[in-house]
Design a protein around this ligand. Sequence first.
Ligand code: AP5
Length: 233
Amino acid sequence: LEFRRVLFRSVIMMGPPGAGKGTQATRFASARGLLKISTGDILRDSIKAGLPVAIEAKRLMDAGELVDDATMIAIARDRLLRPDAAPGFVLDGFPRTVTQARALDAIVAEHAAGTLVIIDVLVPSDELVRRLAGRRICSSCGTNAEPFDTGHRCVKCGGEMVQRADDSSAVVLERLQVHQRATQPVLEFYRDRPTFRVVNGAQAPERVALELDAMIDDASAVGAALLKARQSS
Ligand code: AP5
């Protein structure tokens, strides 16, 4: 019931690899006290923990391919239906195929009464390639940092900063093509919804954040009004 009441505070952060989905989802979720759910992070944690599901997932991720829909839908469903997602959530990296988007709609229809806010973070390809080539993450705590040379230390835990396995230039190009092929249709699936918004992600992160906050608040208000109208009709 709790989940039903507040779903209109929930956001899907979409966009190609390197668009800044993770950066903005983390910031927004923490500012609003919402749960951030990153399917990429969940997969990387499963790999670290040596879970059986991770063997095939690692092979696909390292090649820049998508993990299969059934696995991803099960992961998202499990995470979304836990009590800590009830006050609202920010999804980062899910859904990535139209099959996943339909499954998310079904989860929402079954368990909630609200409307999802969908944000597309738009960034030109050459900027995405530049960002991913420069990204370094902590091998120990996963913190994403501004470009450091590999070998520098994490500002949070002192761990070694390394390049993500799928950030090598060949794999980045494959990830961008996979996004175009599999995830662009998801944007078309959502585009006509009154709570769909596009933000210019090719600006300074603080500027993107300001625009995003206003957009999400506006779209959430539209979602809440729709919910109210539906409930009173
Ligand atoms: P995932 O971890 O989701 O990776 P991704 O979508 O490729 O996204 P990234 O994390 O690379 O980029 P981002 O948009 O979050 O940008 P970030 O904020 O980090 O997925 C990895 C793999 O897991 C997939 O390839 C797939 O195999 C699998 N997977 C995950 N979910 C799946 C699903 N649902 N279905 C199937 N498979 C799935 O920023 C990037 C860099 O840019 C950083 O260095 C950052 O500091 C910098 N930056 C951010 N914003 C700005 C800005 N405004 N200006 C300048 N620099 C910026």
